[in-house]
Design a protein around this ligand. Sequence first.
Ligand code: NDP
Length: 485
Amino acid sequence: MNTSYQLFINGVWREGSDGTKVPVINPATEEIFAEVSWGTPEDAILALKAGQKALSGEWSTWSPARRGRFLTSVAAAVRRNAAELAQLLSSEQGKPLHQATSEVEDAARYLEYFGGCADKLTGMTIDLGPGQLDFVLREPLGLTVHIAPWNYPLDIFCRSVAPALAAGNTCVVKPAEEISLVSLALASLFQQEGIPAGVLNVVPGPGAVLGKVLTEDPRVRGIVFTGSVETGRKVLEAASRNITPVISMELGGKAASLVFVKDASELDGPVGGAAGAMAWNAGQSCGQRSRWYVRRDLYAPFLERVAERVRSLKVGPFTQPGVSLGPLASKKQFDKVMSYIRLGQSEGARLIVGGGRPEGLGEKGYFVAPTVFADCHNRMQIVREEIFGPVITVIPVDSLDEAVALANDSSYGLSSEIWTSDLTEAHSVAARLDVGHVTINGSAAFGFEVPFGGVKLSGLGREGGPEAILAYTRLKNVWINLNRK
Ligand code: NDP
């Protein structure tokens, strides 16, 4: 495995202009396993200049079909290198190998999906009457900036870079400071497949410094951001300077799951869903089902069975076979989640299982045992705020109306779900949930082919699906006078 990573600017691998190199820590062992060069504001400007220059270079001669074929070839390269990418992702982010492998495949699917969209973009003509021709061109936005988080670094990189490139834009990507190696490894595959210099640039480094430079710059014609609400606000403020279009902002959530199956014999699905909400990515997902509103007659059996299932989850480093969840991605995230667990206890929630470090894993590694809090209510901070860890809260309810009202009583509005065997109930709840994404009897359909994004503090815009690529384009109207003498 490569142990030294550099910035990728204008087709060249280079150190940051001030020579800063930062150790990269494996969150399961707290040991340094690699180092990465960090960019400075000067490097960020260099990347922006490269991205802007590339718009009128070789890239502008590529047909949409060629851009599509190129993205498909990168998807194939990602699949050929899946084992190495998954290993690197697990090493720096902590997720178990099977989850890392699934994320690598998701990245390939984004490239493939949007590669397929590249030659399907069209403009239109508008009939204004005799003697005139009016047509609408669909053009790329230009230079785009992509600020990515650390929870799904490969997936989120490809979900915005793929449509941006498919539509003919150029990109500067700023990965999260603690988890940037896989983004750089991915960039090397774009390079290997022949991306022209400057079309894709990756600048790791501190977000507070680089993020500001990248989002305030007048050359930038589109921004994509995934992360916290607090930083999202800063990005919007910076974008407002030059009225830079913000293509999408995915700012997290506090997804509700409503358990309204017929009786306790139908609890297998929701119990599996609750365990999965803690195990998948150790709960560090914007769509994590973290609030469980359970009909009162199902409440006790649900808690009993979730606790039993959670006790069977194996927590450990990705190098151990059969691990269901790994450590949290960083010390910062570990401290945050542990403080929410203490807060939950002080708020009076009843701890059913978990509640600290798992036993038998020693002192090293940012491991948190899957944790279930029962007897919660909507005024508790652990129910209202995004914990972003393997923690769920469970709340008994007496009716579907009450459950829907409580689910919607949140400043977030990304995703929510219902478990029911009643089709009418399912449709009616889907219509009433104030979110951008509803699932029924399961938690799939988060990517590529379907639109994903939120309302309220969860953000704006949609990623994925046939319309997502349109947000990376702009319309230009052209009118011709055909009666000129
Ligand atoms: P941030 O929102 O701070 O980080 C997201 C990205 O924004 C990172 O690349 C970060 O860089 C960058 N960034 C930081 N400051 C700025 C800035 N001023 N301008 C532009 N970009 C900036 O999230 P954290 O990593 O601090 O996580 C905190 C919480 O946010 C989590 O606990 C979780 O609740 C939520 N979150 C939600 C995500 C989602 O999927 N919606 C993803 C990640 C976090 P750097 O890493 O270098 O600081």
